[in-house]
Write a protein that binds this ligand. Structure first.
Ligand code: SDX
Length: 429
């Protein structure tokens, strides 16, 4: 970590100098350790943390210029092709891919803890039927801390592991019930013997009236979508989970905070926004006018751009391939939305406006089209992102809680408000 390099900063019109050490990670840019910066009597200023590393982490690495994404050192392309989502969960949580015996044990732990305490269904019933599923997810996941008191001692590694397993196991059940409640369908239960993704489809679409047969191609595509969304360094929602966790809040409350942050259209809500954008554009004939609106900054090209990727998001390429497979399996190769999306992508990748700003498709650009083809409604896109990202959130939460150096997160500010002034009596104002 330490290098023999230092950065010197002169201040007070050159009268004083402070030296700060340069730290190097395994991959990626070096960082200046500014923990002693307070000696200058000043703060650093970096709204949005464009140039600030908030922590040290061993979980995920992104090279935005090269368009590379590694989970615990493994390229996302290989994980998406060679592993299932629960293997990736084991990897993110434990740092290594599981052996066959470890995988069998982990799968059993997760797939045998996916039922909810039956009283939780009354929590769902407290919502209006037309509540957005993300509102339900935030509420019900937060309520888990009211049901599982036996795993809330965050200083106990076993409690942390039990909570992590419960969250990974129960998030699909909660998401599926939010959908069913919204549709007026009876609540459903997981079915033993199904895989993680198969069970999610079963809980979403089965009815008491007949056996629901899962399409294995769709289940595999969904499993891959979960893997692509599992983690992504210190994105807004992961940073939210870390900040909430730094106060000692219980893991269920921290994950509920992450879900709330992910809901935003600039973040996890983008996949829902992409489908709405495609619906508004309607046909390829309207693309030129829409693109002019983007350049005039009247609209954003949803599903494009990224804080870190200044090249193609590697997840977008895998998602596009998954899109091809699913549409092929369902005989929807001529899906107008997919064709419109490909036309939009082609134009954007050739247009100087987007090239100059290094705006490429991100993970959200194609995911909505795949989910739509599988029959999942737009309102469920971000809940699926949330259930897939839960393992990343809880892995970062655990890494932070286990770090002996961790402190409560408490940024400072640049105050530009009113100087001190006295309160006038109401009669004098
Ligand atoms: C996710 O952080 C993560 O890792 C997130 C995520 C994860 O896995 O956790 O990858 C998931 O959130 C993916 C991103 C999904 N969001 C969208 O697709 C929404 C559309 N994208 C933008 O809102 C935007 O690109 C962001 C928020 C993703 C990134 O914004 P930045 O890094 O703050 O960049 P910026 O807003 O400063 O933009 C730089 C320039 C600006 O133009 P100029 O002022 O220089 O003229 O690019 C323009 C922006 O106007 N720009 C866009 C654009 N994104 C940026 N213009 C049109 N359409 C867009 N989508």
């Amino acid at each position: 970590m330490e290098t023999n390099k230092k950065v010197a900063l002169t201040f007070n019109e050159g009268r004083d100098t402070i030296e700060m050490p340069v730290l190097a990670g395994t991959l990626g840019p070096e960082v200046v350790d500014i923990r002693t910066f307070g000696k200058t009597g000043m703060f650093t200023f970096d709204p949005g943390f464009l140039a600030t590393a908030s922590c040290e982490s061993k979980i995920t690495f992104i090279d935005g210029d090269l368009g590379q994404l590694y989970y615990r050192g493994y390229p996302i392309e290989q994980l998406a092709e060679r592993c299932d989502y629960l293997e990736v969960c084991y990897l993110l949580m434990n740092g290594e891919l599981p052996t066959p015996a470890q995988k069998a044990d982990f799968d059993k732990k997760i797939l045998r803890h996916n039922m909810l305490n039956d009283q939780m269904f009354t929590v769902f019933k407290g919502f209006r039927r037309d509540a957005h599923p993300m509102a339900v997810m935030v509420g019900v996941v937060g309520a888990l801390s009211a049901f599982y008191h036996d795993s809330l001692d965050i200083t106990d590694p076993h409690h942390r592991e039990v909570s992590a397993h419960r969250l990974i196991a129960k998030l699909p059940t909660i998401a599926a019930q939010a959908y069913r409640y919204n549709k007026g369908l009876p609540f459903s239960y997981p079915k033993n013997g199904l895989t993680y993704a198969e069970n999610f489809l079963h809980m979403m679409f089965s009815t008491p009236c007949e056996e629901y047969v899962v399409n294995p191609v769709l289940a595999r595509a969904l499993d891959r979508i979960f893997t692509l969304h599992a983690d992504h360094e210190q994105n807004a929602s992961t940073s939210t989970v870390r900040l909430a966790g730094s106060s000692g809040a219980n893991p269920f409350a921290c994950i509920a905070a992450g879900i709330a942050c992910l809901w935003g259209p600039s973040h996890g809500g983008a996949n829902e926004a992409v489908l709405k954008m495609l619906d508004e554009i309607g046909s390829v004939d309207n693309v030129a006018e829409f693109m002019q609106g983007v350049k005039d900054k009247r609209y954003k090209l949803m599903g494009f751009g990224h804080r870190v990727y200044k090249n193609m998001d590697p997840r977008a390429a895998i998602m596009k391939q998954t899109c091809d497979e699913v549409l092929g399996e369902l005989g929807l190769q001529d899906d107008p939305k997919f064709k419109l999306a490909m036309a939009l992508e082609k134009i954007a990748l050739e247009d100087p406006y987007f090239i100059e700003r290094k705006l490429y498709p991100n993970v959200d650009f194609y995911s909505g089209i795949v989910l739509s083809a599988i029959g999942i409604p737009v309102s469920m896109f971000t809940p699926i992102f949330a259930l897939a990202r839960t393992v990343g959130w809880i892995s970062h939460w655990n890494e932070m809680i286990s770090d002996p150096q961790q402190k409560i997160g408490r940024p400072r500010q640049l105050y530009t408000g009113s100087p001190r002034r006295d309160v006038q009596q109401l009669s004098d104002r």
